[in-house]
Structure formats: structure tokens, C-alpha cells
Design a protein around this ligand. Structure first.
Ligand SMILES: [Zn+2]
Length: 433
């Protein structure tokens, strides 16, 4: 299909170009023209971009989509308490159907907040992949892995991750990628981590998606048990050596940890809402970025946030980074938007395909309605994206050249069916039936 967006403001996220005005044309899956579209380009569909801002689809680089089913369950607890007393028992009552509908519920929110791609780590990955396939979104999916690498459970989970790769990697017109998901240093012993490294090395284009240095308790425990910080331990095991690593959180880091992250080009995913809600601490985002480390943005799961609205996350990340650095000049608006676009694409290993609007890249696009009062006066549109934009400003979303939302109506997911189903399933998960 050929689509033309006309009379728009376009923020391509290419160097420091800023906002340009003009048209954008899509041919099949790809962006064909930006700015001026030749007269002989005949579009099947023309979208009026007047008073809109066309931006790259946002990328949520760390989430657990089925956890939407646990939204607003077990609040006001710190991480370890929250996991062991509330989340793990509820997760035991979840099944593939919960995984599928939970993933779709999150995808409704993601698309509505302008997101076209995400990095997943959870259970029920076959159902998540099916949901991604149907939704038209782009995703890297990793099976959450825990244990010692010897017991039957940990081996079976690893095998599920390998099977997922063979079944889904590069499927859905190439939208689906499969990574490996060792949960965290405190839930993974050396044995399983070594097996993950081996498996990832044997499968091309797969990366490793792990939680790292989320809380002080985690770092303290690692030093007590191993005599090393979690980052030092992962380096020693060789986790950073050969594959793309997506490390969620990176809140509590020593200078030596930061040097290791930099040395191996580890991607850090900042999850400000989750870190604030679980009182995990304050990630040194501006410091990491000034060191040249790739920092992407994530929402984490809906049960520690409690939503996956990437525009809200963008805003919180921007203002929080300044407070943490105690410097209003830290992390300017453009850098904040980079975290949610091109930096996210780098973390997912898909920067050749998406993360910016460029001719030849895949057409992953959010069209933002700028008619709301909070957009006026229309002066600095980059500052407006970082500090004023609201989730419901997203009007249309295109992923891989296909419209997923038009005039705020979802085209690939039946919102009502998913909401109805989730309401019933949640009763089972929360032990109410
Ligand atoms: Zn997480």
C-alpha cells in the first residue's frame, strides 16, 4: 500500500535537524520520500497532516506486557516484598490465555501512546508472539529465565526460549525478533547464565535482555555472595562479550560498573516510573549519557508503573534526570526524545530499520495531533514533545507501513473484546474465583 501524509511538521530524529515541514510518503513497508514527494507518486491513501507532528514510532525498551493483568494489584511495597508476597503467587495462577490477552491489553496502551516497538521479557512467550504478530507491532521477545541451569525447570525454560527463536525469529514480515531473558543476577545462578551465553552465541541476531542493578539490596547481596557487583559478575561470566545486551534499570552503579558498561557497549534501559514507585533509587541517566553510553527508555510492567504510556514515561524521564543531576541543563529535550526513539532502536538491534524517519527505513510512525490547548503557543515543538505532549494526543500510528490506529481507532486489535476478557481473567489470577 502507498500512503502519503501531507502538510505535516516532521521530526525525523536525524542529527540535530529539528522540525521540518512537508510531506512524507510510504511505499509498502518503507519510507519512500520525506519533505517533497514527486508528483508521480500515486498514493492509495492520503492522510492530512495539518496541525500534526510526525515523529518516529516510540520504542519501549523494557516491559512485561502480560503483567497488565496484574495492574493495580499489590501496591505500596518495595521490590523484594512485592515480588515474593504478591507477584510470584499471582503469576502461578496465570496461563497462556492470560499471557495473550495481557499482552494485547498492553499493546492497546502502547499503540495509543505512539509506540510501535517494544522489548519483552516474560513467560507465555508463544502467546505474546502470536499477539505481536496479530497486532502489527514490532517486538523483541525474551523468555524470562531463572534458576541454576541444572534443574529441570531452568533447562525447560531455556529450551522454550530456544524453541521461540526457531518458531518466531524474523517472523511477521521481520517484525518479531527473539532475545534471551535471564531475569536478573539474583534469580540466575552462574550455571544458567553460562548456558544462556552459549545459546545466544549459537543463534544469529539474538541478544540478551536482563534486569541489572535495580536496587541497593541486589548490589549488596551480590557483593556478599560473590565479592563483586552484579555488573562485575556479568563481565567475569562473559555475558557482555559477544552479544547485544539490554540491561534494564542500571540504578545503582559504581564508577567501575559504568566503565564496564561503556567498554562493552551495554545498552541501559531507564524505567523512571517503576524505579520511583518501587523506591528503587535514581538512575544516573545524564551521567551515563555524557559517558556516551546508549540509554533507552522503558515503562517496565504495568504492575510496577501502573501503565505502559510511553509519553508519560518520556515526560517523567526528562524532568527526573535534571533533578537527579541537580542540573537543569542536563538531558536537553532532544536527548530525552532520543531515548524513546533511536536509542531504543539501538538497544533492540534494529536501528538500521527504525528509530528515526529516513528514506529506506521501515515506516514506523506516530502522528501527533497538536490541536490541544497544551500545544499553544506553538513555538519550540521539540520541547513540546518532551514536556507538554499528552498520551491521547497520538492520532494515527503506522508500523512497518501498515496503519495500526487511525483517528484514534485501533485497526488491528478489538479493544472492547480484550477489555471484557481481561476483566474476567483477572478474577482468576487474583484468586477471586
Ligand atoms: Zn522489569
Amino acid at each position: 500500500m502507498k500512503i502519503k501524509i501531507i502538510n505535516a511538521n516532521i521530526l525525523r530524529m536525524v542529527q540535530d535537524e529539528g522540525v521540518i515541514t512537508g510531506d512524507l510518503a510510504i511505499s509498502g513497508e518503507d519510507i519512500a520520500f520525506i519533505g517533497k514527494v514527486p508528483d508521480d507518486f500515486v498514493a492509495d491513501k492520503t492522510i492530512d497532516g495539518s496541525n500534526t507532528l510526525v515523529i518516529p514510532g516510540l520504542i519501549n525498551a523494557h516491559t512485561h506486557t502480560p503483567m497488565s493483568i496484574l495492574r493495580n494489584f499489590a501496591n505500596d511495597l518495595e521490590l523484594m516484598d512485592w515480588l515474593t508476597t504478591a507477584i510470584f503467587p499471582a503469576e502461578d495462577r496465570m496461563d497462556e490465555e492470560c499471557g495473550y490477552y495481557g499482552a494485547l491489553l498492553s499493546m492497546i496502551e502502547l499503540i495509543r501512546s505512539g509506540c510501535t516497538a517494544f522489548e519483552e521479557q516474560y513467560m507465555f512467550v508463544d502467546s505474546i508472539a502470536k499477539a505481536v504478530f496479530e497486532s502489527g507491532m514490532r517486538a523483541n521477545i525474551a523468555r524470562g529465565l531463572v534458576g541454576d541451569g541444572e534443574d529441570e525447570g531452568s533447562l525447560q525454560r531455556l529450551q522454550e526460549n530456544i524453541d521461540l527463536y526457531h518458531k518466531w525469529h524474523k517472523k511477521g514480515e521481520g517484525r518479531i525478533h527473539v532475545d534471551f531473558g535471564p531475569h536478573a543476577p539474583y534469580t540466575c545462578q552462574d550455571g544458567i547464565l553460562k548456558k544462556v551465553i552459549e545459546a545466544a552465541e549459537s543463534l544469529p541476531d539474538s541478544g540478551i535482555h536482563i534486569h541489572l542493578c535495580e536496587t541497593q539490596t541486589e548490589v549488596k547481596g551480590s557483593i556478599e555472595q560473590y565479592g563483586m557487583t552484579p555488573i562485575e559478575r556479568m563481565e567475569k561470566l562473559g555475558l557482555f562479550e559477544k552479544k547485544r545486551v539490554v540491561a534494564a534499570h542500571g540504578v545503582h552503579l559504581t564508577d567501575r560498573d559504568i566503565a564496564i558498561i561503556k567498554k562493552y557497549d551495554v545498552n541501559i534501559v531507564h524505567n523512571p516510573s517503576s524505579n520511583l514507585k518501587l523506591a528503587s533509587g535514581f538512575a544516573p541517566v545524564a551521567k551515563l549519557m555524557s559517558e556516551g553510553i546508549n540509554v533507552a527508555l522503558g515503562t517496565d510492567g504495568s504492575s510496577s508503573n501502573n501503565n505502559v504510556n510511553m509519553i508519560e514515561e518520556l515526560h517523567i524521564a526528562g524532568i527526573l534526570a535534571k533533578a537527579v543531576a541537580q542540573d537543569a541543563k542536563a538531558l536537553p529535550a532532544y536527548e530525552i526524545i532520543k531515548m524513546a526513539t533511536i536509542n531504543g532502536a539501538k538497544a533492540l538491534g534494529i536501528e538500521e530499520q527504525t528509530g528515526s524517519l529516513e528514506i529506506g527505513k521501515k515506516a514506523d510512525i506516530a502522528i501527533i495531533d497538536m490541536s490541544g490547548a497544551h500545544w499553544y503557543p506553538q513555538t519550540d515543538l521539540i520541547a513540546a514533545v518532551a514536556y507538554s505532549m499528552q498520551g491521547n494526543d497520538v492520532r494515527d500510528v503506522i508500523c512497518n507501513g501498515k496503519l495500526l490506529m487511525e483517528d484514534r481507532k485501533l485497526l488491528t486489535i478489538s479493544e472492547k473484546d480484550v477489555i471484557d476478557k481481561i476483566q474476567t481473567l483477572s478474577k482468576k489470577v487474583l484468586g477471586q474465583i
